[in-house]
Design a protein around this ligand. Structure first.
Ligand code: 6PG
Length: 246
């Protein structure tokens, strides 16, 4: 695992955009495609906007990119809460990616059906012996990642790749990739920003292993690489930086 810190949110966003393009170029040159699961939430917005900017857009052969989603809220695709809407507005609408390469979770249909459909889409795309080239994740102040929330059974899901579950604390349904597929990725990268994440970042990265309460700890790629990219505020409680042996 590698932990990298950056002075502020803007430098973190630039580093995340550079990381994305590096991963994309490597994957496309070796596997002729780049399959990436994008994080929702607010942290990655700036990075997605950078990827669509003149300085980054030409770096990636977008025809060979397949965008998936790490999770989705159970709302229509044009809803303000929709992760798809956020990614469409910041990135998809501004890049030359074929429409069929954007694999949306259907938040507008019955959650279990949406999860089953998405799992079918992913299994037919990846087959049995491949997985994501990159999974981007955020972390909530409660230690959740994607829509794997503390105390939910999805944390222990090791067969299914996608689950739909009701999140009691939020009173909403969410659809999420599971550790089974996330930990099979070539690279998993957390992007974490802000003072309000500092305490949880320390618990997750330097505290006792307790994935039931700290789902972000369940993310440990079986053979792939794990990166944590944090700004100085989010990393302010950490003792360790750089390469950490897990
Ligand atoms: C979502 C995300 C979720 C997010 C964290 C951090 O759908 O909201 O998948 O896991 O990454 O909650 O969110 P912020 O980046 O907004 O702090």
């Amino acid at each position: 695992m590698e932990i990298h810190t950056y002075p502020d949110g803007d430098s973190l966003a630039l580093a995340a955009a550079d990381h994305f393009t590096d991963q994309a170029v490597t994957a496309i040159s070796s596997r002729s495609r780049f399959a990436v699961a994008l994080s929702g939430g607010s942290t990655p917005r700036t990075s997605y906007g950078l990827l669509a900017s003149d300085s980054y857009l030409p770096k990636v052969d977008w025809r060979r990119v397949h965008l998936f989603f790490g999770d989705e809220r159970c709302v229509p695709p044009d809803h303000p809460e929709s992760n798809y809407r956020m990614v469409r507005e910041t990135l998809v609408d501004h890049i030359p990616i074929p429409g069929e390469n954007v694999h949306r979770i259907q938040g507008e249909i019955e959650p279990e059906e949406a999860a089953d459909d998405y799992e079918k889409t992913m299994r037919s795309f990846f087959g049995s012996n491949s997985s994501f080239d990159l999974v981007l994740l955020g972390m909530g102040i409660d230690g959740h990642t994607a829509s794997l929330f503390p105390g939910t059974g999805a944390i222990r899901e090791h067969d299914r790749w996608v689950v739909a579950h009701h999140i009691q604390n939020l009173g909403v349904w969410r659809i999420s990739l599971t550790p089974a597929i996330i930990n099979g990725a070539e690279t998993v990268t957390f992007i974490v920003s802000g003072k309000n994440k500092a305490e949880m970042a320390k618990r997750v990265l330097e505290g006792p292993l307790d994935p039931k309460d700290l789902p972000a700890q369940i993310i440990r790629p079986a053979r792939g690489k794990l990166y944590w990219l944090l700004d100085a505020e989010a990393a302010s409680r950490l003792e360790r930086r750089g390469k950490i042996c897990l």
